[in-house]
Ligand binder design. Sequence first.
Ligand SMILES: [Zn+2]
Ligand SMILES: [Zn+2]
Length: 351
Amino acid sequence: MLALRKSTAAFGADLVHVDAPPGPGAGRVTIAVAAAGICGSDLHAFEWTPGYGFMTAFMPVTLGHEFSGTVQVVGDGVTALAPGDRVTCWPTVPCGDCAACSAARPQHCQGRRIVGLHADGAFAEQVVVPADNCRRLPDGLPLTVAALAEPLAVAVNAVDVAELGPGDRVVVLGPGPIGISIAFVAQLRGAAVLLAGLDDAARLDLARRIGIRATADLCGGSLEAAVRHAFGGEADRVIEATGSARSVVEGLAALRSGGVLVVAGIHSGSLDLDLTGFVRSKKQLRAAHDTTSRAFDEAIRLLAVHAATLEALITHRRPLAEAGAAFELARSRQAMKVLLLPEAVATQGEG
Ligand SMILES: [Zn+2]
Ligand SMILES: [Zn+2]
């Protein structure tokens, strides 16, 4: 089968023919992939940005962790799933025996493995995953839209970490798929949301079509001024999904005393912070990464209810055989979410 693999510790990835995976083994299932989204982390792995060196030990490894599909084969001991079930998958596999796992906090497992980064993922016709990581899809939720479950779950978790409430004034920085999803979830929870981008007219336009009521394009202007203009004062919460350390500094400046800033982007740079000013302002700096089981389930429920709206995040669908061009598209800011479809699915035009 065709697979997009990271084989060397350098820029790029290889589209190669590999053997189909052997039987799934106990507790695992083989999934026929229907659709797999290209994520920011896939682009970091592709571009080999700092922070992804951990992958070297697992190469060659097939990329792709945002996916949906149909169960083909179930391994011994799997009773919750059967062939034919339509599923999506939380790609984080906890180690199962560290202190965090023993304390039922698998999201804090530092030995966790991510399908598509540490183990073969879904930019292929088939992927093998633990059955426990799979979630059966509600009837009527298209498989293509279900491939958004993982990034939406990351957004739900970031909103959870922000602990925002109805009426809070929330600034979301970065109108990519995660930022728009964060703004969407925060609005659903009753927050007043301002989604800000930098020279981002097309992506902010898409955000407004998805229902984000207030957006700001900061080409040249300051975030503080845009926030004052939108809210008449400072923000209660800022959630960053840009990957730019500067946006964290600007976000802190737009935040009220005691407010919370959540860093959700993956940053290759470091933060230079005036610590005395930070301490005196009593602002809270938090990190959100990956997601939780609870947030994953909520994301699937949200997708089922808002499928027609959130489908607009999928701007491009490409056959897996065109993965190279699809990655170039995803690296440009022209695309929002690019899905790769295994050839058989792509030619059927699965909806
Ligand atoms: Zn992702
Ligand atoms: Zn663990």
